[in-house]
Design a protein around this ligand. Structure first.
Ligand code: FAD
Length: 402
């Protein structure tokens, strides 16, 4: 076990941090207010090969490890504490990783290059209006007809709908969980990359409270014909591909939350060193120092869990690996606690600022709204992380429902 980063990782981290401090953070308020990530900023990220970061070099990507991906997610979370840029980044990283593992060669050759260039988006569509936690209840269907699947149904709360449907020049799409055999529960679902600009697909946009720079919305499928080459792996095995994708994406969610917590500590510590009350800097009061110590300690602890998850994924990339249960456990720990630690750290830092923390002059309020998305459920509700941990620790027969 070696807790040091390699030289390459350290250099990479430095380059990404510099980009985030010089180019991204100065525009984070603009991202929040205009409700979009400027296209020129996406192009700058593309130049640094940050988009679809794990996509192999043969498709134009950086072929980054999960560790590198997580290091960058931390920096991007620190750079744009609203979480919008981190969400864009990590969804592309997590779900292109799964398309790379299970997608057809043809699909990868078509989908990856525009994602890497910042001209298209790749995300995930599993949640439906009936719920996002109980995916066994998925209702959207896909019927095979020759070289196509015909989709009918509806997905909800999907990130990146407007970016892919309207904003980015080459569109993009979502890895979509569909029911291909209604009689077989989990074993009757497939995972298909669905280009959003397909005839028969329409989208709506929700008005979110935070991470305003990336859209969230519904996707409707009415006899939408999707080429069969976009099926991932084998038909009816999609549920398992989706679950392994969640491990990859949730690691990065947790990494982005670590970034938000680190940024809150950074600005909070600076402030308490210079703001005075009762004739001394408020940082001299133990009540404030102890809070800083607690939040720093928790952030460091969860960062270790995140980096362990990334390291295990790198060592055991295939979902059939014997290490899968270990990976699932540490990822669930990371996704369960990182958003809570980030939320609490941002909240406390806002309170160290007093009234000045409650204004839009202060970046922390964007962090509070953004991190909240991971508390309510994005990439899996907190209780679902507990359900997964319970299953791994007690055994499948202890799942309370079937
Ligand atoms: C900003 C944002 C972006 C999102 N982006 C995407 C996306 O890109 N693609 C996508 O597919 N989805 C996306 N989602 C949806 C997300 O995946 C779901 O919110 C999540 O899976 C939870 O589903 P739900 O919201 O329907 O809540 P429900 O499943 O209805 O759950 C509601 C509450 O009940 C609790 N609960 C449910 N089951 C149990 C149980 N067995 N035991 C204890 N408690 C339980 C949950 O913890 C939760 O608190 C996004 C959500 C948000 C907020």
């Amino acid at each position: 076990m070696d807790f040091r980063l390699t030289e390459d990782e350290e250099l990479f981290q430095k380059v990404v941090r510099e980009f985030c401090e010089k180019r991204l953070r100065p525009r984070s308020r603009e991202i929040d207010e205009t409700e979009q990530i400027p296209l020129d900023l996406l192009k700058q990220m593309a130049e640094l090969k940050l988009l679809g970061i794990g996509i192999p070099e043969s498709y134009g990507g950086a072929g980054a490890t999960a560790m590198m991906t997580a290091l960058a997610a931390v920096e991007i979370g620190r750079g744009d504490i609203s979480m919008a840029t981190a969400v864009f980044y990590l969804l592309e990283a997590g779900w292109s990783y799964i398309l790379n593992l299970f997608g057809t060669e043809q699909a990868k050759r078509e989908v990856f290059p525009p994602v890497v260039a910042g001209d298209a988006f790749i995300g995930i569509a599993t949640t439906e209006p009936g719920g996002g936690s109980d995916l066994a209840n998925t209702k959207t269907t896909a019927r095979r007809e020759g070289d196509y699947y015909v989709l009918n149904g509806e997905k909800a709360f999907c990130s990146g709908v407007i970016e892919s449907a309207q904003r980015l020049p080459e569109g993009g799409g979502h890895l979509t969980l569909v029911r291909t055999d209604p009689s077989r529960g989990y074993n009757g679902m497939s995972f298909i990359y669905v280009p959003i600009r397909t005839e028969g697909i329409t989208v709506t946009q929700y008005k979110d409270m935070g991470r305003m720079g990336i859209s969230t919305g519904g996707i409707f499928y009415k006899d939408a014909k999707v080429p069969a080459k976009y099926l991932l792996g084998e038909e009816d095995k999609g549920f398992y591909y989706a679950m392994s994708g969640f491990n990859a994406a949730r690691t990065q969610v947790a990494a982005a939350c670590v970034g938000a917590a680190e940024r809150a500590l950074e600005v909070g510590i600076e402030y308490v060193k210079q703001r005075e009350a009762f004739g001394r800097p408020i940082g001299k009061f133990e009540g404030v120092q102890f809070e800083i110590a607690d939040q720093y300690g928790m952030t460091e602890m969860i960062k270790l869990a995140v980096l362990k998850a990334a390291s295990l994924i790198d060592q055991n990339p295939h979902p059939d690996s014997y290490m899968q249960s270990e990976i699932t456990k540490i990822v669930s720990i990371a996704k369960l606690f990182a958003p809570q630690i980030a939320f609490e750290t941002v909240k406390r830092a806002m309170m160290w600022y007093g009234a000045a923390g409650y204004t839009k002059e202060n970046e922390l309020e964007m962090g509070l709204r953004g991190v909240m998305s991971y508390m309510v459920g994005a990439e899996g509700a907190l209780n679902i992380m507990r359900v997964i941990l319970g299953r791994e620790l007690l055994g499948k027969e202890f799942i309370p429902y079937k």
